[in-house]
Write a protein that binds this ligand. Structure first.
Ligand SMILES: [Fe+2]
Length: 330
């Protein structure tokens, strides 16, 4: 740094009320002194929670470097990897979310933050394929265009923990087509497909036509895919339907319904499966019912009945507090 910018930086620090004379006077850092010095430099952070998080982050990061005796080359590999991860992100591709998912961090964050009271539907990871542009769909309408896969009819009720229906809850749902691809993975995507937004009726009921989801590989053409391959892991998620449910007075629920019997149900590449979320589709042979439910072709269809139970804010806060005592979290 040129001398002029050093002076400017010092002036700026003074403007922000940082008294340079009171900062720790350390130099000649080595592997045993650097960590405490960084802690001391961060100790003026006015926000206690931010200070605490950075203290823990620095401690673990430095311990990690010491424990692994990380080489310069390995650190550069990490820097290049993170750079490539950022560069892979677009409006419809979130490589950092995929990284968080594949490292199990998303599931851990979810476990700590989304404790649910007994009876409420469990949450799980959002995944990288949620978009905000889903079309509104009539209750009983279709989220998938014709030819996208085998027919699936989904219905249920959104209720509170006492079983009372929640009217006008917003259900956002998204899934792969029969090829295991989300609409955003097609280069020629012009509009959303295999995703939709609907509102529950007066009694909390909902229904929609969809396609039977299939297991699919997470996007493996980027740095995260390369990392997963390096670790000798497979890249598959078991077949599932994503659901996000929002209603005033209730905690927004982000969850997924997994199809029973899928070969990857016990080894999800992003660790999102919970046994309470596994659903067994039933095959409806009655083609008259297929027609009555609005499908175009008179052929058997798969059927899922799945109620969704939301926790109120108060119930969720209580459940989180209970869990927080377990993890000693402030
Ligand atoms: Fe998914």
């Amino acid at each position: 740094m040129a001398q002029k910018s050093v002076i400017e930086a010092a002036e700026k620090a003074k403007e922000h009320g940082i008294d340079l004379s009171k900062l720790p006077r350390n130099m000649d850092m080595d592997a045993s002194t650097i960590t405490d010095h960084v802690h001391a430099m961060n100790s003026n952070c006015p926000d206690e929670r931010t200070k605490f998080i950075f203290h823990s982050l620095i401690q673990h990061l430095h311990d990690f470097v010491r424990e692994t005796a990380l080489t310069t080359e390995e650190w550069m590999t990490a820097i290049k990897f993170l750079t490539a991860t950022g560069q892979k992100c677009t409006d419809i591709r979130q490589e950092f979310m995929l990284l968080s998912d594949t490292l199990g961090v998303s599931t851990l964050i979810d476990a700590i933050n989304n404790a649910k009271p007994p009876g409420a539907t469990e949450a799980t990871v959002l995944g990288p394929f949620y978009t905000e542009d889903a079309h509104d769909v009539e209750n009983g309408g279709s989220i998938a265009s014709e030819g996208k896969g085998d027919y699936l009819y989904v219905e249920g009720r959104v209720t509170d923990t006492q079983g009372k229906g929640i009217p006008n809850a917003i259900i956002d749902t998204w899934e792969t087509d029969g090829h295991g691809l989300y609409d955003t993975q097609y280069d020629d995507r012009t509009e959303p497909d295999c995703r939709g937004r609907l509102h529950t009726g007066e009694d909390g009921s909902f229904a929609y036509r969809a396609v039977v989801p299939v297991s699919y590989p997470i996007p493996a053409d980027g740095p995260v895919g390369a990392m997963v391959a390096t670790l000798g892991r497979h890249v598959f998620r078991p077949a599932h339907l994503h659901v996000r449910v929002e209603a005033p007075g209730f905690e927004t629920l982000i969850t997924t319904f997994f199809m029973d019997g899928d070969e990857y149900v016990h080894s999800d590449a992003v660790f999102g499966v919970k046994s309470s979320l596994i659903t067994k589709p039933e095959i409806v042979e009655d083609v008259e019912l297929t027609k009555a439910r609005g499908f175009k072709e008179a052929k058997p269809h798969a059927y899922i009945k799945r109620d969704i139970v939301l926790a109120t804010h108060e119930e969720a806060v209580k459940a989180r507090q209970l869990l927080a005592t377990q993890y000693k979290r402030a």
